[in-house]
Ligand binder design. Structure first.
Ligand code: DP6
Length: 325
């Protein structure tokens, strides 16, 4: 019997990963850059044993169906191949999310599973290799191996595509990210399907590719010089461009709901009042607001008034993956 357990935190991209050039290996079209956060994480234990006849996957205490388990099995297969064994496994995963707000993240989940498998099978993979493995489960998971600011180098093959920490002289410690949780009933287009449809059909996708490197350069400059305004403006612009590509897809779609627009507008109003804060969004209606700790209370106050207290969650920079004994 081989056993391992790990914890990984979720991350939010400031420069988005949007589109794959290789779907099987999960090689992205562009580099992305994220901030790992402390408020949401996953703990995963894996046990490989000859007493299991099939792989099983429990999430928050519930045995998962075939579809959810399939992704996990494919991921386990990568590790079984690396270790040269064929034992079936039980995966027990727990998401730590303040409310049941649809924030369960594949990034933290697959990063934690990668760490757990590495420990269980005594593979001794270093963090860069672990990041490559996590990437094969879900692209954004490769960034959750590290804490703070993290860049995913797109690379050109399996070996060259991985994430690494971005030197920041602890700039991230000055920052907070306020999550505005927006629950609409609309059935979401998964990030996987959304980015595929956009790459294949959106006339705006080339515009995304043409400008993302410039955005990345500016964002890294902002980190280097600890320039919050440049950081926020670049993040917001890049996120809006990503969401712009979806409107020209065939069929078109959007992740925005009326409440997302309400939250974006509130950010703009705060800026007009002299409070620097900026938003970004991912493949869903939630809005994430980046602010310096010195202005955090004004942002929290604004959003708890506009929405409910339960809908507003504050996160700070979080650590990389941890092995739990
Ligand atoms: C919009 O990592 O969930 O959050 O690689 O297909 O599993 P797969 O996609 P995923 O995509 C994340 C997309 C995003 C932007 C980002 O996190 O960079």
């Amino acid at each position: 019997m081989f056993k391992g357990k790990a914890r990984a935190y979720t991350n939010i991209a400031l420069i988005k990963y949007w589109g794959k050039k290789n779907e099987e290996l999960i090689l992205p079209m562009n580099n992305s850059l994220s901030l790992t956060l402390d408020a949401f994480y996953t703990e995963t234990e894996v046990i490989f044993s000859d007493s299991y006849m099939v792989d099983e996957f429990y999430l928050d205490g519930t045995l998962q169906d075939e579809k959810a388990t399939k992704k996990v099995i494919q991921f386990l297969d990568l590790f079984r191949k690396e270790a040269g064994l064929s034992l079936k496994a039980s995966v027990i995963s727990q998401n730590f999310v303040p409310t049941a707000a649809g924030l369960a993240s594949s990034a933290s989940g697959l990063a934690a599973l990668a760490g757990a498998c590495n420990t269980a099978l005594k593979l001794g993979l270093d963090d860069l290799s672990l990041s490559r493995f996590a990437r094969r489960g879900s692209g954004s998971a490769c960034r959750s191996i590290f804490g703070g600011f993290v860049e995913w180098e797109k690379g050109h093959d399996d070996l060259s595509s991985y994430a690494k920490p971005v030197p920041s002289d602890s700039f991230e410690d000055d920052l907070a990210m306020v999550f505005v949780l927006i629950n609409d009933q609309k059935k979401e287009v998964s990030s996987r399907n959304g980015m595929r449809r956009t790459v294949e059909t959106s006339n705006f996708y080339q515009g995304w590719l043409d400008s993302v490197e410039g955005d990345l350069y500016q964002l890294k400059q902002a980190i280097k010089t600890k320039d919050f305004q440049l950081l926020g403006e670049t993040m917001e612009r890049n996120g809006l461009k990503m969401h712009g590509t979806t409107l020209a897809a065939q069929p078109p779609f959007t992740y925005w709901s009326p409440d997302s627009l309400k939250a974006m507008d509130a950010v703009r109003q705060l800026r007009k009042k002299g409070i620097p804060c900026y938003f970004t969004m991912d493949a869903g209606p939630n809005v994430k607001v980046l602010v310096e700790n010195s202005h955090l209370s004004e942002v929290q106050e604004t959003f708890t008034k506009l929405f409910s207290k339960e809908q507003v969650i504050t996160a700070h920079a979080g650590p990389g993956i941890a092995i739990i004994e």
